[in-house]
Design a protein around this ligand. Structure first.
Ligand code: GLU
Length: 366
């Protein structure tokens, strides 16, 4: 087992609630105790907790999770209060202060907000305060939602440079078939690469209260691994399994990361950003990008969108997205210089911020 220090622990709604949707206080106590033990042992824990919508359903006596976004927003707003109040009391009993961060996709897309959230988390950890994070469901609408807390946990892990994510759920790990239907189903202990087969096996099953199912957990594992972060999916019935897994016991399914594929900025670009527009490029530029080169004005054929310098845009070749990058010029400037040699930029615009439209350091292939 690697030497983990900073751990994002994500617990799903199905683990935090009874079958009728009410918060399972006994279960929550066990989770709080485990996180407290780990914190006392010197691990830095960041707790990503679902359950706001489920708790809201319990309080307002709603039995089916509604599809309408406004109804979910109300449930989340009501439920989050109950959830954090409970955590505050329970962690207090273990002498651990907590902090609440409710994040939206925007907080990851916008580099300034991202860096602020990162800084806050770092300071909280430094002061031994346990950050408890959820998506800010009551202000997020579908288009800008991360949507499930498995993805949120992977974003958070990148935000805080965690070495490990533990996802506690209602199943022992990833199986080769559904163990609830097939008694011979086999659990994967270790996965070092997410193949198409693994994605296929993960399917699209969900539970009544949670959002994700296995598919979003595998996606989270893929994101985490590309950033050099391990991920363990384990059953939340006994949260002390986290300590056992850290001691090297065979618990759940362990996705083992090798070296990161991206540096932090590229990881952020690849996964966290919302695109402000697109640059369409020609074959020559496409080949250059494949070799890790920057994008020059000469290779751009057309653009769409209104965007400022520093915006994140998609890079398209033959209408397929082949990259994401940060632009050094706004859309009006690029309109004027596209198709032109770099040596002409100054003559056309009267100034030249950069030789390239997207520098290779700010460009990631997709
Ligand atoms: N953020 C949602 C909640 O607190 C949970 C999303 C999920 O189930 O992954 O209810």
């Amino acid at each position: 087992m690697k030497d983990f220090k900073r751990i994002v622990i994500k617990v799903g709604s199905s683990t935090l609630t009874h079958a009728d949707g009410k918060l399972d206080v006994q279960q929550i106590k066990k989770i709080v105790k485990e996180i407290s033990i780990l914190t006392d042992q010197g691990y830095e824990c960041i707790f990503v907790s679902s359950g706001a919508i489920a708790a809201g359903m319990g309080i307002l006596n709603v039995h089916e999770k509604p599809n309408e976004i406004d109804k979910r927003q109300v449930l989340a707003a009501v439920g989050q209060v109950e959830l954090i109040q409970l955590y505050s009391q329970l962690f207090f009993a273990f002498d651990h202060p907590i902090a609440q961060l409710l994040l939206t996709k925007d907080d990851f897309s916008n580099r300034t907000r991202y860096l602020n959230a990162r800084n806050t988390c770092r300071l909280l950890l430094e002061k031994k305060i346990i950050p408890i994070i959820n998506e800010n469901d009551s202000v997020s609408i579908n288009e800008i939602k991360l949507g499930d807390n498995d993805s949120l946990s992977a974003f958070v892990a990148a935000l805080v440079d965690a070495d490990l994510i533990v996802i506690l759920t209602d199943i022992d790990g990833l199986y080769d078939s559904d163990p609830r239907e097939n008694p011979n189903a086999k659990r994967y202990d270790k996965i070092t690469e997410i193949t198409d087969e693994i994605k296929h096996i993960a399917g699209t099953t969900g539970s009544k209260f949670g959002t994700g199912g296995m598919a979003t957990k595998i996606l989270a594992a893929e994101m985490a691994m590309s950033n050099g972060t391990d991920l363990i999916i384990a059953n939340g019935d006994d949260p002390h399994d986290i300590s056992r897994a850290l001691r090297g016991e065979n618990i759940g399914t362990h996705f083992v990361a090798s070296e990161p594929n991206f540096n932090a900025r590229k990881y952020w670009l690849r996964y966290a950003t919302t695109l402000s527009g697109n640059l369409h490029i020609d074959e020559g530029a496409y080949q250059a990008i494949q070799k890790g080169k920057s994008l020059l004005p000469v290779g751009i054929t057309s653009i769409d969108g209104d965007f400022e310098i520093g915006s994140v845009v998609g890079i398209l070749f033959q209408n397929e997205k082949v990259g994401v990058g940060i632009v050094n010029y706004n859309n009006q400037e690029i309109e004027k210089i596209l198709g032109q040699q770099t040596s002409k930029i100054k003559k056309i615009l009267g100034y030249q911020y950069s030789d390239v439209v997207v520098h290779s350091d700010n460009l990631v292939k997709v």
